[in-house]
Design a binder for this molecule. Structure first.
Ligand SMILES: Nc1ncnc2c1ncn2[C@@H]1O[C@H](COP(=O)(O)OP(=O)(O)OP(=O)(O)O)[C@@H](O)[C@H]1O
Ligand SMILES: [Mg+2]
Length: 425
């Protein structure tokens, strides 16, 4: 059987502009997707997942390789050919808000995908839009409203309705649920699965959340720095991965713990906000990211079978010996490194700088207030809570790590703690 979608030896090069260097985003990637199936595409941030999806959608032109849809080479499809294809290949992106025109009503936006279908009367169109909206759980009153009047989950339902309206055979889902709360995510994923069963549509399902992809996919492909490192049956890839990279990705991503999930999502959202924000508020967003990632590190440690605050404990003894701002910085780094998930490599390189800046800023603030000792003591209490298995205590402590400490004793100027960085007296 010929696959519905066949990607052969695809390479993509983004040309650098100004001082930016050329970037090879994909290199010799080959993949197949059959009718009615889901191919999950996973990999760290920057591994080339969206680039591949965008090539399939005709939004990015590859340097080499071919894309075949239903036996037809669509690699260099012209604009009009693409328009014709658009009823067969649709997309649902992460943030439906940016993919909807805020000034158009839901009816106008949703019915857009029907424009390339053979002459259909206005009444027929409206009936189809209404039926589709109902299918995704939205009622007719949505038609005259604007995107801003809906929640993120509702907008994603509407985006799915818009994508499925022309009865496409392939939908590229690029991080379609990543911005949603956990409970809403589950509803949207199930909706996508139901629609697939009803209509036999195939999904190219892009995500960095392996727990999501396993739930959705028939097959899974793993990208690392633009190369395909693993591809196979969803169960096999997630349960018996052959590549160390896949194993690391799985160790980092699979979790049954709702707290871990929630904290990962919080951290990811902080990253997304920071990535989107070009000018103002970078300091606040950087601080948010640091706090979210520290919290995530603690939650993930607590979720381990035998959680121990080892890296933190080692850093604590070193901090006591060393003193000064550097030792505070070392402690904060140790906190982030509690679990492999948050260590370097799993955090996008572009975010490292923000994290480091926020970390230094926060440590300098403690130091400037003369309260280094308070900070060190809080770290020590946190390490003790982790070692004692006091989950609730540890979570509360990491959340309150940077709260002002006016009334707390142990300020640097208030006794023996001043010289030895908060040794308990
Ligand atoms: N328009 C562009 N110009 C230059 N470089 C780009 C462009 N789009 C993406 N890149 C680079 O290509 C690489 C792959 O990016 P891509 O967006 O495909 O990754 P991704 O796997 O989707 O990441 P994420 O999980 O963060 O969405 C990255 O290094 C990215 O910085
Ligand atoms: Mg992407």
């Amino acid at each position: 059987m010929t696959p519905l979608l066949e990607v052969r030896d695809l390479s993509v090069l983004y040309r650098g502009r100004g001082r930016r260097k050329d970037k090879v985003a994909l290199e010799d990637v080959s993949l197949n997707l059959s009718e009615g199936e889901t191919l999950g595409l996973v990999g760290e941030s920057g591994s080339g997942k969206s680039t591949l999806g965008n090539c399939v959608l005709g939004l990015v032109q590859p340097a080499r390789g071919t894309i075949t849809f239903d036996g037809r080479d669509i690699t260099g499809a012209s604009r009009s050919q693409r328009r014709a294809l658009s009823s067969q290949i649709q997309a649902v992106f992460q943030d439906p808000y940016s993919s909807f025109n805020p000034h158009r009503t839901i009816e106008q936006s949703v019915s857009e995908t029907l424009t390339n279908l053979p002459s259909m009367s206005g009444a027929e169109k409206r009936a189809r839009v209404v039926a589709m909206l109902e299918r995704v759980g939205m009622d007719q009153s949505a038609l005259a409203k604007f995107p801003a009047q809906f929640s993120g989950g509702q907008r994603q339902r509407i985006a799915i309705a818009r994508a499925l309206l022309p009865e496409p055979r392939l939908v590229v889902c690029d991080e379609s649920v990543s911005a949603l709360d956990l409970s809403v995510q589950a509803q949207i994923l199930n909706l996508l699965l139901e629609l697939q069963r009803e209509r036999g549509v195939a999904y190219l399902f892009i995500t960095h959340d392996l727990s999501v992809v396993r739930h959705m996919s028939t097959r899974i492909a793993v990208l690392q720095q633009g190369r395909l490192v693993e591809e196979g049956e969803a169960g096999t890839v997630t349960e018996q991965p052959t590549q160390p990279y896949t194993r690391r990705l799985i160790a980092a991503s699979l979790t049954a713990d709702a707290d871990v999930q929630e904290d990962r999502r919080r951290a990811r959202r902080a990253m997304a906000r920071l990535a989107l924000n070009e000018t103002d508020d970078r300091i606040r967003l950087g601080d948010d990211l640091l706090l979210a990632m520290e919290r995530q590190a603690v939650t993930e440690t607590l979720a381990q079978p035998d959680p121990r605050a080892t890296t933190l404990t080692v850093a604590l003894s070193r901090a006591e010996a060393k003193g000064g701002l550097d030792s505070l910085i070392e402690l904060r780094d140790a906190l982030l490194e509690l679990t492999p998930r948050t260590s370097e490599g799993m955090t996008p390189a572009a975010m490292q700088t923000h994290l480091q800046e926020a970390r230094t800023r926060r440590c300098a603030a403690w130091s400037a207030r003369g309260q280094s000792g308070v900070f060190v003591r809080r770290m020590r209490d946190l390490a003790a809570a982790i070692d004692a298995g006091d989950d609730a205590g540890a979570r509360a402590m990491v959340s309150a790590l940077d709260e002002p400490a006016e009334r707390e004793v142990g300020s640097d100027g208030a006794g023996p703690a001043s010289h030895t960085l908060g040794t308990r007296s």
